[in-house]
Design a protein around this ligand. Sequence first.
Ligand SMILES: [Zn+2]
Ligand SMILES: [Zn+2]
Length: 268
Amino acid sequence: MTGSRIVGRLMVGSVLTLAAGAVLLGDHSWNGYHWARSSNPFTLTVVDSVTSEWDAYLNEAIADWTASSVLDLTRVAGKTGSRDRYLCSSIRGRVRVCNYPYGDTGWLGIARIWVNGVHITKAITAVNDTYFSTATYNTAPWRRLVMCQEVGHDFGLDHQDEIFDNVNLGSCMDYTSDPDGPPSNEHPNLHDYEQLETIYAHTDGKSATANGSAAGGSAPSAADEDDFVDPPAQWGRLVRSIAGGRVQVYERDLGGPNRVVTRVVWVQ
Ligand SMILES: [Zn+2]
Ligand SMILES: [Zn+2]
């Protein structure tokens, strides 16, 4: 743990106390989805399969979310070959993040989680460089917002607000047409950290789904992987559509309590 991390945590803790007493805060847990773990803070490994244009933004998102008192994200280098990034195969117990020019698919970013009941077993985030190479989205604020938000979904956060054109809440979990505001929606806010503390207030005994102990880039078995790229027709049924269809959630049943849940944000 670095010195700045400790300071960050202390600040988060003390300001949260004030904020909780001052305003009534809404709930933005994503259906109670969470990684199973036996204690906090738990470590979640983020497999970095992004190219250099995205590294700074992924690193920022990792640092921002690691400031949470319940969660430590650890980055490991993943494969970054063109096909590796295109497939963005999921890896059990981990979050994998990829970028690729996926084409004129309509989607800007995706967060996908595999769940067993409410427990997340693996997750991916993919960002579509076809749009991030256009003038509208090729900006630091848009890259920061989308990376922070899509990674935030991967451990169970939902949006704080889903109206694009109202005043920013100062959270990357708030939709906006103006990421840098002010206030800026490029980073988590105190309410996001508080929501994480709520989601992860309980523990799950020994049945951890977060594989925090696996250091380095050791390859998982092929059986643990699922390729991300598939046509929307295979994402399953549409279970939620808001903001005029710009934000949608799809679910595909895998049998028993197992499902794949895909969250997508479409371009304007
Ligand atoms: Zn649990
Ligand atoms: Zn989102």
